[in-house]
Design a protein around this ligand. Structure first.
Ligand code: GLN
Length: 240
């Protein structure tokens, strides 16, 4: 068995070590004897995305997001959306998560028309939402770090990825964090998020294996260090 990962915009969207998510997915496959190749798709290049199993898009500031608009409009946005519809697994973080929605209006009033792969809209505010945070999901609590001006509101076509335990999440108001649609996982969580959330990583790998091979058997790994890191962040946030 082998999975193909495509890292979209590694040259423009890569904050707070988001690239570590790709390394984590690759290692957790290889430790189980499953092959993994990683391709990079930078600004200006195209690829047949539905042929991949997992796409990763990291975070970026408003400036970097603005740089991508022409590239997305030239056809790549439609290809990303089609791959998401086709069931390719996606992990999209912060700026890369916002990009999957319909639009983002920055706090300075610029309006970015994004790709609409996820039914959601984002509006920026001067006050940023910054800090370690945690949210509850169907695969347990996830811990990470958020730093965004954008407030995201989900439409009826997507479900939240989780519910905020501590921190802000999508908008600091409705208690939702991230989005889930088909095999797309969107989150505000940097860190990178996957190394200290092995169950989250395995949920993405399982979705991709299921699509490619019709079954997902993920042998247990020795996650002692990963779980220690996870618990220590959770403890520092909740005191429990
Ligand atoms: N530019 C976006 C915002 O500030 C995303 C930032 C990020 O990816 N950390 O909301």
């Amino acid at each position: 068995m082998e999975l193909k990962i495509c890292h979209i915009y590694p040259d423009v969207l890569n904050l707070y070590g988001d690239r570590g998510n790709v390394l984590t997915m690759k290692k957790r496959l290889e430790w189980r004897g499953i092959g993994c190749t990683v391709a990079e798709l930078p600004l200006g290049e195209r690829a047949a995305l539905s042929g991949f199993d997992i796409c990763f898009i990291g975070g970026g500031q408003d400036f970097e997001q603005g740089l991508l608009l022409d590239d997305l409009r030239s056809g790549k946005g439609g290809e990303i959306k089609a791959a998401a519809e086709d069931g390719v697994a996606f992990l999209c973080v912060c700026g890369g998560y916002q990009l999957m929605g319909h639009s983002y209006e920055t706090h300075t009033g610029e309006r970015f028309a994004f790709i609409g792969a996820l039914d959601m809209e984002t509006v920026g505010a001067r006050e940023r939402m910054i800090g370690n945070f945690a949210f509850e999901t169907e695969f347990g609590a996830v811990v990470g770090f958020e730093n965004h001006s954008g407030r995201t509101r989900l439409g009826g076509g997507v479900k939240p990825l989780g519910r905020v335990i501590r921190g802000y999440g999508n908008n600091g108001e409705d208690g939702t964090e991230g989005a889930r649609y088909k095999n797309v996982f969107g989150t505000y969580s940097h860190g990178p998020v996957l190394p200290k959330n092995p169950d989250f990583c395995d949920a993405i790998l399982a979705a991709a294996l299921e699509r490619r091979y019709g079954r997902a058997e993920l042998a247990p790994l020795d996650d002692f260090s990963e779980r220690e890191a996870h618990e220590s962040v959770l403890r520092s946030l909740t005191g429990a």
